[in-house]
Ligand binder design. Structure first.
Ligand code: NAP
Length: 281
């Protein structure tokens, strides 16, 4: 029997680790996997997805810049995808697409499972308000954090994220320039793509306390500037986005194949290659 067809759609997509991750999950679980990377520009995304379905495609991941477009194309979505306003996992149901967002669950699983962090009662600073920030914010709230402050280069997008979370008071937005007046945080999450465009961070040391964990959703070279700041600021822990990448993939795999794969071996394989990863998923 031939394998069910899956794919990841994005632009650019050549450096995506997802085909490698899903192939490794399949090999370890004894499940045949046919998972390929499909590069498509935004104006061709809807047609490419339909062509994929017509050709037998039953599930897909979606990455930059198509996560919001994928959400709009779905006939049904999970509540976490609705709060994110973005979809990274598609499942074919009949002749329609069902959408989910596994980014947040992937991050929380990595932080609590792999890194042993207890997120309950934590003050969280979320840097960024793009698709990844929208994906991780609901999961962090559901994990029991105390409050979340959202800061974004374009303040209107931080306000929109706060509105989408629907928890005024617990989730607030602030201006980047006001960060030195916001006190300290136990968790600081970099959900920006700043480093991928050569941007550098200017964050006050007053954000850090003796408990602070700094998390960069980026990995490989793109995680270097923020994690260097975290070390210079004496953060207690610093974590890059490699574990989240593997865990969000495992969540997708489970939805498609009905089995949650073991992730440690795949994480270790990618960690060995970390220096050459580009961070395109
Ligand atoms: N580890 C994982 O599994 C995983 C999963 C998803 C994403 N990611 C990574 O997370 C990052 C964000 O992804 P995304 O999907 O959210 O991208 P996105 O939707 O394009 O959002 C980009 C975010 O970065 C901000 N930004 C960009 N350049 C900046 C700069 N020079 N200074 C300050 N802020 C800047 C943007 O602010 P504006 O709103 O002002 O433009 C926006 O908040 C990417 O690098 C991606 O690789 C990792």
């Amino acid at each position: 029997m031939s394998a069910a067809r899956h794919a990841v759609f994005g632009q650019p997509i050549a450096h995506s680790q997802s085909p490698r991750i899903h192939a490794a999950f399949g090999a370890a679980e004894g499940i045949a996997v046919d998972y390929r990377a499909i590069e498509v520009a935004p104006d061709g995304f809807a047609a490419a997805l339909e062509a994929f379905a017509a050709d037998g495609g039953v599930g897909a991941n979606v990455t930059l810049p198509h996560k919001q477009a994928a959400f709009a194309l779905c006939s049904s979505t999970t509540s976490r995808a609705q709060r994110a306003g973005a979809v990274n996992t598609l499942l074919r149901k009949g002749d329609r697409w069902h959408g989910d967002n596994t980014d947040g669950a992937g991050l929380v699983r990595d932080l609590t499972g792999r890194h042993g962090l207890d997120l309950r009662g934590r003050r969280v600073l979320l840097l960024g308000a793009g698709g990844a920030a929208r994906g991780v914010a609901p999961a962090l709230l559901d994990a029991g954090i105390l409050e979340m402050v959202v800061v974004n280069r374009t303040p209107e997008k931080a306000d929109a994220l706060v509105d989408a979370m629907g928890e005024p008071g617990r989730v607030t937005s602030q201006y980047w320039d006001d960060l030195r007046n916001q006190g300290d945080f136990e968790l600081i999450v970099n959900a920006t793509s700043s480093a991928r465009q050569g941007g550098a961070f200017n964050l006050p040391l007053s954000l850090v306390n003796s408990m602070t964990t700094a998390v960069d959703l980026n990995y490989g070279d793109a995680a270097i500037p923020f994690l260097a700041w975290a070390r210079a600021a004496s953060c207690r822990n610093s974590v890059d986005g490699l574990g989240m990448l593997v865990e969000q993939a495992a969540e997708s795999f489970q939805q498609w194949h009905g089995v949650r794969p073991q992730t440690d071996a795949v994480y270790a394989m990618l960690r060995e290659r970390d220096a050459v990863l580009v961070g395109a998923d």
